[in-house]
Every structure is written in structure tokens, then in C-alpha cells.
Design a protein around this ligand. Sequence first.
Ligand code: ATP
Ligand code: MG
Length: 307
Amino acid sequence: MTAPAIAQGPAPLLAVENLKRHYVTRGFLGRGSYTVKAVDGISFAIARGETFGLVGESGSGKSTTGRLVLRLEEPSAGRVRFDGADITALPQSALKPVRRRMQIVFQDPYAALNPRMTVGDFVAEPLIVHGLAPARSEREDRVAALFRKVGLDPRFAGRYPHQFSGGQRQRVGIARAIALEPDLIVADEPITALDVSIQAQIVNLFQDLQEEHGLAYLFIAHDLSMVRYLCRRVAVMWRGRIVELGPTDAIFEDARHPYTRSLLSSVPIPDPDQERGRQPLPFDPDALRHAPDQPMVEVGAGHFVLA
Ligand SMILES: Nc1ncnc2c1ncn2[C@@H]1O[C@H](COP(=O)(O)OP(=O)(O)OP(=O)(O)O)[C@@H](O)[C@H]1O
Ligand SMILES: [Mg+2]
């Protein structure tokens, strides 16, 4: 168990305890079956209003973690607590009030939008599902306010997704995510698909919304410089496990796990002289064996490593 790593104030907004998701997959051409341990016993907690980063290579289990937190997928083992309540075993019908408080923003805003629905209807949909703003005029006002909040002209509400740029579409996705005034947003690579110039605008929007509404984020990302800029704490995932977790500065300046070190060494340095001297650290995955219930070790204040 990794109990110490999850301590995050007396009552964290989200606490994930020893969470697992294993998929049993058929082999090639239906020959036999094998188990993919997409998430394999992870623990972490997120405080109210905190931005918590989740990084790691493709296939390490980041998106699965996000879906498990939202109960869009059922865990194979472990618990998810939200605002003190264990939501792991709640039937889907009892999840509705919880769903209101947790939302997701996806990497590809175009895939997330319904091409046949106006963006205004798309943003209004959660209000309707949750029976908020039942009167049409009230709903239109709410949607207009949401559009303004994410920096979109409310007159665009009658348009369709293909009439927008990638950055604008992501703003639409964010407007829908904040429509129910959630406490937590799982942002799964929300800026990866956007132009670099647009990325900064969307990140600023996330920050402004956090300041205004005290939102917490589970921010899933590939871009380590963005994570460093945005997140207070970071967890590094590798093959379904969290191999290192800690305050952002500790992770970036005093990484202990060989995978974290290798990951960080692959980040380009903006200074050309330094960049020329940068040596990507090789990493031999086969040299590492973490026992299934191996505990994390605290190596600094709030800094944990799977040793
Ligand atoms: N429905 C599923 N059935 C079988 N295997 C799955 C399923 N969903 C995910 N996986 C596997 O679980 C592992 C983790 O996938 P996941 O999408 O969580 O990774 P990720 O860290 O988000 O990767 P990326 O950075 O590419 O988005 C991968 O090996 C993936 O192939
Ligand atoms: Mg993913």
C-alpha cells in the first residue's frame, strides 16, 4: 500500500487508493487471452483547488486513471473517494449528483463534440440533463454567460463544430465542462492537439477558471514544461504504476526514479548551447522489477518513490 503518498490535507477532494484496472484481451486472431494491467495499484490525492499533474509515456495508464476517477470505467480493485464519500460501489443511478461535480475535458475537442449539434446546444446539454435552467430563455442566458467566460462570442452559439478552430472548439468543451460548476476537472491532454500559440491561451483560461471557482484539476499531459508551469504536484506513471510523486520542484530538480530521470532528460532545453550538451538518459525497463504491493518510500517532504 502507498498510504502515506495519498495524504493531502485532512480531507482531500479526491482520494484514490490502490486503484487497479486490468483488461483481459484476446490474443492475435483470437488465440488465447492475456491481461493488460493498465492501472495496477495506484494511490494519490488531490486537494481542493489544486492542479495535480499526471505524466508518463503512451500506454502508461493515464487516461484509464482519469476514466476510473470519473467512474466512466469500473475499477478491478481499489477505491475512489470524492469529497470524503466512497464512490467506488455506488450504482450508476446514485452517481448523478457526483457526476455534476466532476467533469472531463478531452484531448481532441473535435471528437468530443457532436458534429450535428450546435455548440450552444452542446454546452446547454448538461444543464438539461441535470434539470437546471429548465426555461429556455434562462438556459440561453446561462449558455451566453458560459461562452463569455471561456472567451467565445455568445453569438456563435448557433454554429456547428466544423465552423470553429481547434482552440475555439476546446473552449466550447471547457464551457460545457464548467456548466455545472464542478469541483474537479479531469483534463486529459487538453492542449496536446492545439497550436503552440493557442496552448498558452487555453492554459491561461484553465488558471483563470481555477482562481475564480476554486477548481481542482487532474491534468494529464505529455508536455513536461507545461506541467512544470501549471501543477503544484506531479505523479509519474509507468506501466500502470505511479513510480514517483511529489511537489513539482522536487520532481523536476531532484528526480529519484530512473524512469522519471529518463523522462526528464528527454525534454529539450530552450538554450541551444545547453541543448547541444543534453544527454538523454537511457533507461532499461527490464532492469526494474517492482513487486506488486511494493510500498513507496518518502525521500523528501511529500516526495515519494517506488524504490
Ligand atoms: N478497453 C481496453 N481494452 C484493453 N486494453 C486497454 C483498454 N483501454 C486501454 N487499454 C490498454 O491499457 C493501457 C493504458 O492505456 P491508457 O489509454 O490509459 O494509456 P495513456 O497513458 O493514456 O496513453 P496515451 O499517452 O497514449 O494517451 C494501454 O496498454 C492500452 O492499450
Ligand atoms: Mg491517454
